[in-house]
Design a protein around this ligand. Structure first.
Ligand code: UT7
Length: 327
């Protein structure tokens, strides 16, 4: 029995922040941001919205497209680095309550930008255990809530959004999550971090510096890591499944920087066009980015049942993960 993608949805807030808008906030320019990253705009949630509000919009679309009622969900997994609350309740629980998924368990998964790829493999395992049929897997972020809007090194990179996938038990002839690579290198914990607010440095102890409660990043360290692991993961997942890049319809990488993808494509001698990119419009939405890209592919009619796709995530932790999926 396979574990198929029943449906796909995604949502991003309406408000758009352009590179020109950013150049009025920090010392940057459209030219720098586009040439260094490929990002032109990002979507930003309003002050009153939390990650669950963004996730719920994506979930509703996926449920409707899958012709599934919320009551038919057995589990909700929200991959996020920007949960509604520190600690608990989980964002997944908030989503569960608000969409009325009364028969579903719910938990958050923290694997930064690899979160959706991790969650897909976890959901596959839960379905294959035999007790669950339908699982709503989401990557959802309100990164604007942890961006330091005074730091030009990071504020031009990130945006808000959510991607949702409903995975369901299928028959042998339907789609499947064929293989996954789920890895981490925790020695790189300092490369991407929110330093203060957890149990290491609780907010209750001291009044923190603003920069310390926001996302901080060693851009070049993450860049080098990303090119290496994307290259390794793609080689491994293709080789061990006896596939060539030509057999795959789309490689959907985490949307962080077009230069990272360009470099990996060059190393692997794979046509850049094989990598689906939409970061120009959304920026880096961490765990949401693969879902937003997959949804766009679906909405544009660029994928058919039976096509192979590969997702690839990398990010804070450091984590990295990939899924080979027969759609
Ligand atoms: O999903 C999480 C994963 N995160 C990533 O994948 C990020 C990976 N890293 C990157 O994408 C790149 O490292 C960046 C896009 C973040 C930066 O590109 P870079 O080529 O590594 O630039 P840099 O950090 O070496 O900075 C070059 C210069 C610096 O000036 P000096 O020191 O050479 O005078 C920066 O201060 O560019 C400056 N700079 C900027 N200038 C204008 C940094 N940010 C900006 C900015 N506008 N926004």
């Amino acid at each position: 029995m396979g574990v198929k993608i029943l449906s796909i949805g995604a949502w991003a807030p309406e408000k758009i922040l352009t590179n020109d808008d950013l150049s009025k906030m920090v010392d940057t320019s459209d030219e720098w941001i586009v040439s260094k990253t490929g990002i032109k705009t990002r979507h930003i949630a309003d002050e009153n919205s939390a990650t669950s509000d963004i996730a719920i919009e994506a979930a509703k679309i996926a449920l409707e497209r899958g012709n599934l009622k919320a009551e038919e969900l057995d589990m909700i997994i929200v991959a996020t680095t920007t949960p509604d609350f520190q600690g608990f309740p989980s964002t997944a629980c908030v989503v569960q309550g608000k969409i009325g998924a009364v028969n579903a368990g719910a938990f958050d998964l923290v694997a930064a930008c690899s979160g959706l790829a991790y969650a897909i493999e976890v959901a596959k395992g839960l379905i294959n255990n035999g007790k669950m049929k339908n699982i709503l897997v989401m990557g959802a972020e309100k990164l604007s809530s942890i961006v330091n809007w005074e730091d030009r090194n990071t504020c031009c990179l990130f945006g808000d959004g959510a991607g949702a996938i409903i995975l369901s038990k299928g028959t042998d002839s339907e789609g499947d999550i064929i293989d996954s690579i789920i890895k981490a290198d925790g020695t790189g914990e300092d490369a991407l971090k929110v330093k203060v607010g957890g149990s290491r440095h609780p907010l209750t102890n001291t009044l923190p510096e603003k920069a310390d409660i926001c996302l901080s990043m060693d851009g070049q360290a993450v860049y080098n890591f990303a090119v290496r692991v994307n290259t390794e993961m793609l080689t491994e997942i293709l080789e061990r499944n006896n596939l060539k890049a030509e057999d795959v319809k789309w490689i959907i990488p985490h949307q962080a920087n077009y230069r990272i993808i360009k470099a990996a494509a060059k190393r692997l001698k794979i046509d850049e066009e094989k990598f689906y990119m939409n970061l120009a419009d959304y920026g880096n939405t961490s765990s949401a980015s693969i879902g937003l890209a997959l949804n766009e592919i679906y909405e544009k009619g660029l994928i058919s049942r039976g096509d192979y796709i590969i997702t690839m995530g990398f990010g804070g932790g450091l984590t990295y993960a990939a899924n080979l999926i027969k759609y």
